[in-house]
Structure formats: structure tokens, C-alpha cells
Design a protein around this ligand. Structure first.
Ligand code: M6R
Length: 364
């Protein structure tokens, strides 16, 4: 049941600290910082290429993972949405691996893409929340998220647990490849260990998201911007807002705004900036100024130093705890979920079962 929560979505958002912890400590032991994964049919140290394929929110987890595998493990990564990948003729090198991310393990597009990669001679790795699923059964290696059953059609805890598992995997590959310093990898894992408690703190004060959600519930268009690791989170934020509140939302890489979507800006359009203090922050700051100069209302998601730097031009600023920049996309997913949840609740839409959508998409 929903317990004291109004919707399954609200309950599942609040379960995240706990299930992220289950997922992390399923693979990781903080006492000696060791990572234990299922046996792999390939050696990550000599992996020529990793292909990541998924749909919807799981695809955005893959986009974040691409940054992690490239930056930390220095593995060439190709990512695609399942419904495109299966109809392309992608170049798959001998000995390559393909990773399929799916909460349900039943998305037909993802399953067909998996078979396409198998025909291309790739080692098949699945990251699923349902270990008994078809995608799990057809894979060489199965990594699990321990999110527990996700009832709400909109994915929340499945996504954040996917990210926890993917970052742990990327760190493991980085160690085996000797591609990043011990200090950097230890710092990433230490920050990941602290993350569930930090998210618990964010979830203690959800009332502060109500006034802005009230404003969002009245608008027609919303722009979500981020760069680097925050770009996929901007995409995820826009998807969540569309699917739950039926508001037209666009997620964009902030630097791409000037190549088109800036034309949408008029007086009052809300622009949500996913902007932790990271190597991309100054670039995002100048995008925020462009938005402000055109009358857009900036909703700033950042940490203390980011808000000190930019808070003056924002209509609303929300301070999140400090964390390692590599871990930030996981933390910044929480406000994105809360904004869409409270906006939808305010509009009175069917939060757990939005129109036209199904929990697992087993058709083409
Ligand atoms: O079960 P899967 O992870 O394969 O599902 C993929 C998408 O259908 C799913 O993430 C969808 O985009 C969600 N409704 C997003 O909230």
C-alpha cells in the first residue's frame, strides 16, 4: 500500500535513500573500499568499446553513465535509444560489450536491441530491477538494482539506483584499467556512500518546493537546462514534467539553447537550471544570464557556492548539499522529481497512472 503517502510516486521518492543504500552495499564494501561484481565474460582492462542502449528514463541513466565510463574508465562509449539502435547497422567491434538498462526488463525495444547486439557478437550485460525478466534471462551478466517494486508509471527510485550501480561499475572498470587516480576514485565512492543520507536531508524539507510548483502548474512551457553530467538530468526533468503534469517541457544542453530553443523565451517562461558547482558551472552561469536578459524566470538548482554566485538573478534558488561533481547527477535528480511530483499534484493529474502510458512498454 501507499502508507501515509498520497501517491505511490511520493512513497517511491521517499524510499530512495534506503534502496540506494541497498544497491550500493550490494556491490561495495566501504571498510576496504572493495567492489564485488558478478563474473564478467570479458576483461574490462581490454574492452574496446561499450555500447549502452535503453529507453526513456533508463536511457538518461545511460547518458550519465557514458560520462562516467569515458571520464573515469577511458572506455569509448556509444549510447542510443533502443528503438533507434535496433534499426541501425552500428559498428560492433569484436570483444565489445553492450549494456542494456531497463527497470522492468521487459521493454520490447530494449529487448530487440539486445538481440541485435548479440547478433553483432557483443557480450551482453543487463542492468535491471527485475532479475526474472526476459532481458535478464537473455543476458550474459545481470546486474541488479535493489529498488524493490516500482508501482508509479514514472520511474524514480529505479533511476537513482541504476545510477548508483552504474557509477560503482564505472569505478570498478577504472580501477582495473588504471585509468584514474586512486584518490579520485576513493573520493567518488566516499561521496556516493554519503549520498543516501544527504538525499534523506533533502527529502525532509519537501514543503519548500510547493510555491514554485504552484507557479509551474500554471504555465504552458518550461525549459530545463544543464551541461555535462547535468544535461541528462535536465532531459529527465523535462520528461518527468511532461509525463506527469502534461506541461510542455524541453530538456536541453544549456550550450545548445542559443542554437534554437532561445526563440521560445519570452517574459516569464520558467527555465530550470541544473547547476551544481562543477567544471561546467561558469558556462551555465552565462546561459542563466542570457535567460534573464530575455525575461525568463530562472529556477536555480545549485549548492551554496553556486547560489552565492548566481542567486541574485534567479527568481527561485534551491540549495542542495555539496557532493563530488561525479555524484551530483544522482543528487540533482531529487529536486527534478519533486518539482514534477508537486506540479502534477497541484494540477490534479493522475500522478501514478498518467494518461496514455504503461509501466512496461512491451509493444513497438
Ligand atoms: O522498464 P524500462 O526501464 O525499460 O522502461 C523504460 C521507459 O519506458 C521508462 O523509463 C519510461 O520512460 C518512464 N515512464 C519514465 O518515467
Amino acid at each position: 500500500g501507499k502508507g501515509n503517502y498520497r501517491h505511490f510516486m511520493e512513497k517511491e521518492i521517499h524510499e530512495q535513500p534506503e534502496v540506494m543504500g541497498y544497491t550500493l552495499f550490494h556491490y561495495y564494501r566501504s571498510a576496504d573500499r572493495s567492489i564485488a561484481l558478478p563474473d564478467l565474460p570479458f576483461d574490462p582492462a581490454s574492452l574496446p568499446k561499450l555500447t549502452i542502449v535503453a529507453a526513456g528514463t533508463s536511457f538518461y541513466a545511460g547518458m550519465v553513465a557514458k560520462y562516467w565510463f569515458e571520464t573515469l574508465a577511458r572506455i569509448p562509449v556509444e549510447i542510443d535509444i533502443a528503438s533507434e539502435f535496433r534499426y541501425r547497422n552500428p559498428v560492433m567491434p569484436e570483444g565489445g560489450a553492450a549494456l542494456f538498462i531497463s527497470q522492468s526488463g521487459e521493454s520490447l525495444d530494449t529487448l530487440m536491441a539486445l538481440r541485435h547486439a548479440r547478433d553483432g557478437g557483443q557480450h551482453i550485460v543487463a542492468l535491471v530491477n527485475q532479475p526474472e525478466s526476459t532481458i535478464a534471462r537473455e543476458s550474459d551478466v545481470v546486474l541488479e538494482t535493489l529498488a524493490g517494486p516500482e508501482i508509479c508509471v514514472a520511474s524514480t527510485k529505479a533511476f537513482t539506483t541504476q545510477l548508483v550501480a552504474l557509477l560503482t561499475l564505472a569505478v570498478d572498470f577504472a580501477r582495473r584499467r588504471g585509468s584514474a587516480s586512486k584518490e579520485q576514485l576513493d573520493a567518488v565512492m566516499d561521496s556516493l556512500v554519503h549520498l543516501p543520507a544527504q538525499i534523506g536531508e533533502v527529502l525532509k524539507e519537501t514543503e519548500k518546493w510547493l510555491p514554485v510548483s504552484h507557479e509551474l502548474s500554471k504555465v504552458r512551457d518550461v525549459l530545463y537546462l544543464g551541461r555535462g553530467l547535468s544535461y541528462p538530468i535536465a532531459m529527465e526533468g523535462a520528461l518527468k514534467l511532461k509525463e506527469l503534469s502534461y506541461i510542455h517541457a524541453e530538456g536541453y544542453a544549456a550550450g545548445e539553447m542559443k542554437h534554437g530553443p532561445i526563440a521560445l523565451l519570452e517574459e516569464g517562461v520558467p527555465v530550470i537550471m541544473v547547476a551544481p558547482m562543477d567544471p561546467w558551472f561558469e558556462k551555465v552561469a552565462s546561459n542563466a544570464m542570457e535567460v534573464r536578459a530575455r525575461g525568463g524566470r530562472v529556477i536555480l538548482l545549485s549548492d551554496r557556492s553556486g547560489i552565492n554566485r548566481l542567486g541574485d538573478l534567479a527568481t527561485w534558488s534551491f540549495e542542495l548539499p555539496e557532493c563530488d561533481p561525479m555524484v551530483a547527477p544522482i543528487l540533482y535528480t531529487i529536486p527534478v522529481q519533486l518539482l514534477s511530483y508537486f506540479t502534477a499534484a497541484e494540477k490534479g493529474t493522475d500522478v501514478d497512472q498518467p494518461r496514455n502510458l504503461a509501466k512496461s512498454v512491451t509493444v513497438e
